[in-house]
Design a binder for this molecule. Structure first.
Ligand SMILES: [Zn+2]
Length: 178
């Protein structure tokens, strides 16, 4: 399951029955590392996204960022007597949603890079400019060697993990690449 799915038990003494009511909480890491609204870095690993309410069942804790954006994570509550199989199944479901969310964001980023690069290349060669470099996300022109210009490249960080998503001039118009 990797390190991205977490599990804990939460509970409370029910004022109704006087018994301890327990739930199993499973959740996934956040599938992105910057806030969609303000662009600030956000932690991908959070403590439990829910706590027990006075009746012992899960109650979401606020995931609201300082800017107002709700930085939700995927989570599921199971009854305290859930079987290992049920918990494992819930974790698999969360992992699938987590991976799908990353994949979706990666494709959105790739599409945006391709659009930006296409727009830049529509300018005449003298009008083109770099918005980034090899170390800063954005668009730049690779060196083609001594006094020669290389291809234009656009890149951005992946939703999590710090890898680069890169679109080269030659990739444009080829549909989903790599
Ligand atoms: Zn924010």
């Amino acid at each position: 399951m990797g390190d991205v799915i977490h599990e804990t038990r939460i509970g409370a003494v029910s004022p109704v029955s006087g018994e301890y009511v327990e739930s199993v909480l499973v959740w996934a890491d956040r599938p992105y590392s910057t806030c969609d609204r303000c662009g600030q870095p956000v932690p991908t690993v959070e403590s439990a996204p829910a706590i027990a309410n006075p009746l012992g069942s899960a109650m979401a804790v606020s995931q609201q960022h300082g800017c107002g954006e709700w930085l939700s994570v995927f989570w599921t509550e199971l009854p305290g007597d859930a079987t290992v199989e049920q918990i494992t199944q819930a974790k698999h479901d969360l992992l699938r949603r987590y991976r799908a969310a990353i994949e979706e964001r990666t494709e959105e980023i790739r599409a945006a890079l391709a659009a930006d690069l296409t727009e830049m290349l529509e300018l005449s060669p003298d009008e083109r400019y770099c918005t980034g470099s090899e170390v800063e996300p954005g668009i730049y022109q690779e060196s083609g060697g001594y006094l020669k210009a290389g291809p234009w490249v656009a890149w951005a960080y992946a939703p999590v993990g710090g890898d680069a998503i890169t679109v080269y001039e030659e990739d444009l118009g080829k549909g989903p690449a790599r």
